[in-house]
Design a protein around this ligand. Sequence first.
Ligand code: GCO
Ligand code: MG
Length: 408
Amino acid sequence: MTIRSAEVLVTSPGRNFVTLRLTTEEGVTGLGDATLNGRELAAASYLRDHVAPLLIGRDEGQIEDTWQYLYRGAYWRRGPVTMAAIAAVDMALWDIKAKTAGIPLYQLLGGRSRRGCLAYGHASGSTTDALFSSIRNHLEQGYGAIRVQTGVPGLGQVYGVASDQQAGQRYDYEPAKRQALPAEESWDTRAYLRHVPTVFEAVRAEFGPELPLLHDGHHRMTPNEAAILGKSLEPYDLFWLEDCTPGENQEALRRVRSQTTTPLAIGEVFNSVFDYQTLITEQLIDYVRSAVTHTGGITALKKLMDFAAIYGIRSGFHGPTDISPVGQAAHLHLGIALHNFGIQEYMQHSTDTLEVFRTSYTFTDGLLDPGENPGLGVEYDDNAAAAFDYTPAYLPVNRRLDGTVHDW
Ligand code: GCO
Ligand code: MG
């Protein structure tokens, strides 16, 4: 059996998505997600212009060989564009293999290891009152773990906080904006470090000790600042502190780790197991934040998680709405099967997105489940997709109070 066609599908049901659809000679289709938020067309071109021609006539059963062929054959390895393209091919091939076998993908990855995947949602608010109502809203939806982000007094819009108009919608926070230039935000780390512990103190006082709480530092601290924050949050028993420093410097986490017992998660901007080598072997983190979409697909993420398992490190796959329902389904099939699953980020996609991508995964009592449909369990509706033209959108830029560009 061989691959007959490879189509790159770009659609924008409220936000942009790049999807690869492979079809075999027998007419079996497989879907893969290659969405790279804010730089989508680069991944689409890589797939359409450089990868699709290589796939026609290949044996769709040879998943590992195809992965190595695309990774080593390109010579220019790693990087988000390359790895998103390889990821899409890999997901589509796993989808085809499981559909051909007539079983849900998780069965090929080892079968169920748990009843469901614990999900966390994004609560946020520019003020404590707005934050509390967002947390209540998430609890009413059944979430059993909650990420907490708030505004910082004296600063305007900051990462992760829904505007008052967005608050309360199911898919309330989106950093990419459909405008000609990136939005500019402002930043003051000292104000942030003073404010965040007071927020967690208030949340614990209101919602009690049981609820798992998470926080995303979004790469904005130096190692020493991150150590200060980790220490000051210890009384509030966080599930994790995410991206406390920029991820490129793995050694930075040594400083943080030696100073605080707050659990650490990192990796949403990583593309390869090599980005984790020091972090995993020195046990500097607790959770792997990679997305299947930006890490070369299911084949690569499974290997990464097996490596992490040796060191007691668990998964926390990146699942904002810029991971398409195809990528999210892949997370759930892998997550339900892995022994070292930890938690799954679950920002819910918009109604328009779910018209294009018809999913079969479910969210019940705080647990996500990949469902029992063959393959990934996601169908792509071409008619619905045709109504949503590509619309450029930019992620923001952040500046310190003196105008210096900072991580956002
Ligand atoms: C998260 C992330 C996202 C990213 C987004 C960028 O933890 O979910 O930090 O919110 O900012 O994926 O495209
Ligand atoms: Mg994050």
